[in-house]
Design a protein around this ligand. Structure first.
Ligand code: DC
Length: 233
């Protein structure tokens, strides 16, 4: 097959899974790749953030794994996505902005480490992906959620570069912070996410690694699409 004539949208029903540490550009890349392929975008981190937002606004103790597991099973988390934005809802209530607050970001690692929470989320994620045509992103999408994904990608970037990106994102959202604070926060989250007992962040053996330190988002998207094409050529 001639790769330059490759019709991206011809390949329906496949699953692309993208993993990597916080700030590696997973979300934006996955959302844009999904738009190019005309696939749905599944932001698994947003689901853990939705549970965290719900827990914080309902005064549920982040260490109470049993209560959080029950909530996770019951919460109706929905997405409405286009090329620009991934809108997140609990039922009819939009929580797109609320799940990105520093408070949610600080608490989500602890909440997502509970086994019962993870099991409930994985069930929901696999249901969303059951008919394929999905680009899924998040810490365990290539290893636990979709271990048989057709294309697996592990995005990585230096901590400094990732902190720089976060700084820009947060500034756009009106949050003022420093590079030092962001580096410290990312290092803390990397350590927590990689060292936790259930589904730690790790690269799947058959994942393609893309170092995004020197890449623009457009280049990252292009690299993922090139891998996608090569897998089906
Ligand atoms: O990618 P993110 O920053 O939105 O993810 C938020 C948190 O959720 C992050 O600390 C790790 C956790 N997470 C997870 O445990 N498993 C996933 N599949 C996705 C995210």
């Amino acid at each position: 097959m001639n790769v330059s004539n490759f019709n991206l949208t011809k390949y329906r029903d496949r699953i692309v899974a993208i993993d990597g540490p916080a700030g590696s550009g997973k979300s934006t890349t996955a959302r844009m790749v999904a738009a190019k392929l005309n696939y749905s975008f599944l932001d698994t981190g947003a689901m853990y953030r939705a549970v965290t937002h719900f827990a914080l606004t309902n005064s549920i103790d982040p260490s109470d794994g049993n209560a959080l597991a029950l909530i996770s099973e019951k919460l109706d988390i929905r997405f409405e996505t286009d090329e620009e934005i991934n809108r997140v809802f609990i039922g009819d209530e939009e929580i797109t902005e609320q799940i990105r607050t520093p408070e949610v970001t600080k608490t989500v690692s602890e909440i997502s480490a509970h086994l019962g929470v993870r099991q409930a989320m994985v069930v929901k994620q696999q249901k969303i992906g059951k008919n394929g045509s999905v680009v899924a992103e998040g810490r365990d999408t290539t290893t636990v959620v979709f271990p048989d994904a057709d294309v697996k990608i592990f995005l990585n970037a230096s901590v400094k570069q990732r902190a720089q990106r976060r700084l820009i994102e947060l500034a756009k959202a009106g949050v003022s912070t420093s590079i030092e604070e962001q580096i410290a926060d990312l290092e803390r989250r990397d350590e927590y996410d990689s060292g936790r007992k259930h589904s730690p962040l790790k690269k799947a053996k058959d994942a393609y690694v893309i170092d995004t330190s020197e890449c623009t988002i457009e280049e990252q998207v292009e690299r993922v699409l090139t891998i996608f094409k090569s897998v089906f050529s």
